[in-house]
Design a protein around this ligand. Structure first.
Ligand code: HEC
Ligand code: CU
Length: 477
């Protein structure tokens, strides 16, 4: 008996040894891959990526990155001074193959204020290159490395204070393709999440300074894809046609948050977990660590707008981590009936539901000012979360109530909206919304109060809504 165990043990040890040799062999092989010729790497700004490497042999590849500090838009009316690799956040996408000898040249633009460097997670060597790449404004620096491991890697600045350089946008992705390249797909896109810390709150207009304390506390004002709110929405959405397979190179620059990357209404057919060689299939949400990445593949079967989010969902709807994939093509009713609204996230489900209401008796308002006061309370308990504190709404999700031409045009329609909820396309102040408002479970008195408050706030038409009028709309007369 003992003999048998010893025998099995021996066989297992030999097997293990062979596996270990095979593994180190792969590394060894990458280190000894011969290079031929010399090439300038094509670097591309997000959300696009350079051409696949395909079957080209390993080569001496020159990568030239220019560091640019520049002011740009963080959100509508909000400006920020970004520090960038190549002028964009994330920085230019670098695409190489295993065995390439990469010569990295960093140029720090003379107009810049600070020294910078680069730590590439694809580099095997001290600091990932950071120790050899510290460069002052108006200078350039060069170092070389050989790509030993395939995968999708983050690069970032690592100059002190490191967190601040990353928080200002100094990160990007470098893809190391395996021998023969990644399997071909129809479309490829480059998306990178980042958290931003500004002196002013989310949406506060003007040039916003970096807030070190908020960064240390890990309380971002903005969590965004590709450096700004709306970088991937509306006209900036990424696109595909029905039947196409899409590969998303998704990174997370951090500096602090971990991303729960999800595409609403799609399932990832394949995910290279943590952007390594392990492939998981049929994934709903993939976790992307700060300073990490994932490669995600999905085939799109039906048309519509699919929303990309960090499923830590307040970040999506309140801090900017929301993008769009617009898919054009023919409907396939067998896969998706089309009965529900497409493309808009409906946290309460696709149908109109009732919100848990205050059924407690409300005191009767004696005057207009009292009605407004009671209404304000209801607003801040019930409407505020979607329509926002000052009725400003959220672009593409919740229409504004402040100076809403839609609301001011028809009070009975507004009453009906609060009583019965609303879905389908509407136009408010020139912008279309196609979403769902749940029915509000409020008494006639309460509806009158809240609408009176709204009509008497934020530049609206100042009318008083009486409970009798609500009762009429409720009973359909
Ligand atoms: C869960 C989110 C949510 C809540 C809570 C909510 N709404 Fe809405 N509201 C919406 C959405 C979404 C629409 C647009 C519906 C569409 O696209 O058809 C809307 C539309 C409206 C409109 C018409 C469009 C406009 O901008 O004038 C009014 C008026 C309105 N809501 C008032 C209110 C009031 C008053 C409350 C509180 C009693 C409230 N809503 C609560 C989400 C919400
Ligand atoms: Cu830097």
């Amino acid at each position: 008996m003992l003999k048998i165990f010893q025998g099995i043990f021996k066989i297992m040890s030999v097997a293990l040894l062979l596996v270990m040799i095979a593994c180190s062999q792969e590394q060894q092989d990458a280190a000894t891959i011969r290079v031929s010729g010399e090439m300038q790497a094509e670097l591309v700004a997000p959300p696009m990526v350079p051409e696949p490497v395909g079957s080209r042999p390993a080569t001496r590849l020159k990568v030239e990155l220019e560091i640019i500090e520049k002011e740009a838009e963080m959100a509508n009316g909000v400006r920020y001074v970004y520090w960038t690799f190549g002028g964009s956040v994330p920085g230019k996408f670098i695409r190489i193959r295993i065995g390439d000898e990469v010569k990295v040249t960093l140029k720090n633009h003379p107009d810049n204020k600070l020294p910078h460097n680069i730590d590439m997670h694809a580099v095997t060597g001290p600091g990932g290159g950071a120790t050899s790449s510290f460069v002052a404004p108006g200078h350039t620096i060069t170092f070389s490395f050989k790509a030993l491991n395939p995968g999708l890697f983050v690069y970032h600045c690592a100059t002190a204070p490191v967190g601040m350089h990353i928080a200002n946008g100094m990160y990007g992705l470098i893809l190391v393709e395996p021998e023969g390249g990644l399997p071909p797909v129809d479309k490829e896109y480059y998306i990178m999440q980042g958290d931003f810390y500004t002196k002013g709150k989310y949406g506060e207009p003007g040039l916003q300074a970096f807030d070190m304390q908020k960064a240390i506390d890990e309380h971002p004002d903005y969590v965004v894809f590709n450096g700004k709110v709306g970088a991937l929405t509306g006209d900036n959405a990424i696109t595909a046609k029905v039947g196409e397979t899409i590969r998303l190179f998704v990174g997370n620059g951090g500096p602090n948050l971990v991303s729960s990357f999800h595409v609403i209404g799609e399932i990832f057919d394949k995910v290279h977990i943590e952007a390594g060689s392990l492939i998981n299939e049929n994934v709903q949400t993939t976790l992307i660590p700060a300073g990490g990445a994932a490669m995600v593949e999905l085939k799109v079967e039906v048309p519509g707008t699919f929303i990309l989010v960090d499923h830590s969902i307040f970040r999506a709807f309140n801090k900017g981590a929301l993008g769009m994939l617009k898919v054009l093509g023919k409907e396939n009713k067998a896969i998706y009936s089309g009965k529900e609204q497409e493309g808009i996230y409906q946290p309460e489900g696709g149908t109109i539901q009732e919100m848990p209401g205050e059924n407690a008796k409300t005191p009767k308002a004696e005057s207009l000012s009292q009605r407004i006061e009671y209404g304000k309370q209801i607003y801040s308990q019930t409407c505020y979360a979607c329509h926002q504190p000052n009725g400003e709404g959220i672009p593409n999700a919740f229409p504004p109530l402040a100076q809403s031409d839609y609301m001011n045009a028809d009070v009975d329609r507004a009453i009906s909206t609060v009583l019965h909820g609303k879905s389908g396309e509407i136009m408010v102040n020139g912008k279309t919304f196609n979403s769902v408002m749940p029915a509000q479970n409020l008494s006639d008195e309460q509806v009158a109060n809240v609408l009176t408050f709204v009509y008497n706030s934020w530049g609206n038409s100042k009318l008083e809504v009486k409970p009798e009028q609500v009762q009429k709309v409720r009973s359909g007369h």
